[in-house]
Design a protein around this ligand. Structure first.
Ligand SMILES: Cc1ncc(COP(=O)(O)O)c(C=O)c1O
Length: 373
């Protein structure tokens, strides 16, 4: 290939390094010669999908020679019934990741500003960079709580999008109803506020803001949710957007005709219909949270209270080294450095056995590291 072709690549893409996900179990097994590896790195639900979703997938296998329903009619109807939102206000994507990209493609011209909290989910940066937008980063305040005043101050006439992730990945901190209302009342009307609620189904705090309530009240918000986390359908790639109907109409212009596959659609409908599975998994996550935080406290660590299925804790050590030593013990986590929170480690809450395995490995490697310090 001639160099000239490469010179034609859009310059803003040069700043993008392809997303580095949590290491897959198979890679770690191979690299370290381990047989038993657990992954607590990508905030997946360890219980797996609802049996109803699994049955729906099996029942749909015969139809894979057909294109999926590009309008996702059944799924939109199920979401509309679940959240009391008209189907016209729903858009389905190939994971929330695709939703973020579609929203970026719809709204951003080169140089347009996007206000984001940091640390938060890296795909906001990606969507902005792909469109040659300008990312305006607003650090979280003490305890990784939102600094909404600073986010407001960061808004200019060029701001098109503003992301709030609640509970926030990687910190697990969340927005309260009252603070979100106060914020939305002040945000200029030319800014679309995106509420990324990927972990909404895990939230237990009574004062937590629920973006859908604000949307129903007529606030200028776009709510993004996913079936990858609580509903445990990460491999099928399915997420959705709830927002004003006219905004859905605009985003639909950039959506690929068959962006969500059939298995994802049928599984999502069935998963939505299994409230018991969600309740059970929320309770399991809560029990796991208590187990992990008790273990961390016993080992002398402090942690950031979370409303999600992961938590961030202060290692008071070199987090990259700690991550590596845990990996060698067959426990995959995420180092805070990789997520914009150096010194911290993020661990997904797993099954009771996985949590115990993590705590046992942590105790072992931490005693090695603390001796070195
Ligand atoms: C905050 C947040 N938003 C969006 C996503 C992407 O979800 P999906 O699997 O639906 O693309 C994730 C995944 O980790 C996330 O943590």
């Amino acid at each position: 290939m001639s160099q000239e072709i490469l010179n034609n690549v859009r310059k803003n893409l040069q700043a993008i390094t392809p997303y580095a996900p949590g290491k897959p179990i198979s890679d770690v097994k191979r690299e370290y010669g381990l047989e038993d590896v657990i992954k607590l790195a990508s905030n997946e639900n360890p219980a797996g999908p609802s049996p109803k979703a699994q049955e729906a997938i099996a029942a749909a296998l015969w139809s894979l020679h057909r294109y999926p329903d590009g309008g996702a009619v059944d799924l939109k109807a199920a979401l509309a019934a679940t959240y009391h939102i008209p189907t016209g206000q729903i858009l389905v994507g190939n994971g929330s990741d695709e939703c973020i990209k579609m929203v970026s493609e719809t709204f951003l011209n080169p140089g347009d500003e996007v206000v984001v909290p940091v640390p938060s989910f890296s795909q906001y940066w990606f969507g902005t960079q792909v469109m040659d937008g300008t990312l305006v980063q607003v650090p979280l305040a003490d305890g990784f709580e939102y600094d909404l005043d600073a986010m407001l101050t960061a808004v200019t006439e060029r701001t098109k999008l503003l992301y709030l992730c609640t509970p926030n990945n990687p910190t697990g901190t969340y927005l309260r109803k009252a603070e979100l209302r106060n914020f939305l009342d002040k945000v200029p009307s030319h800014v679309l506020v995106i509420l990324d609620e990927a972990y909404a189904e895990y939230v237990c705090a009574e004062d937590a803001a629920n973006g859908i309530d604000f949307l129903r009240e007529g606030y200028n918000v776009l709510v993004m949710r996913t079936f990858s986390k609580m509903y445990a359908l990460a491999a099928l790639r399915i997420g959705y957007v709830l927002c004003r109907e006219d905004v859905v109409h605009e985003i639909n212009r950039v959506r690929e005709p068959f962006n969500v596959n059939t298995l994802a659609q049928v599984a999502a409908v069935a998963a939505l219909g299994d409230a018991e599975h969600v309740e059970k998994n929320r309770a399991m996550n809560q029990a796991g949270y208590e187990q992990v935080t008790a273990g961390l406290t016993a080992l002398g660590f402090s942690y950031i209270p979370t409303q999600a299925n992961f938590l961030l804790f202060d290692t008071k050590l070199n987090d990259k080294e700690l991550f590596q030593l845990l990996l060698e013990q067959g426990v995959i986590t995420r180092s805070g450095t990789a997520l914009g929170a150096p010194g911290y480690l993020r661990v997904t809450i797993g099954t009771k056995e996985e949590n115990q395995r993590f705590l046992t490995a942590l105790e072992l490697v931490v005693s090695q590291l603390r001796q070195k310090v």
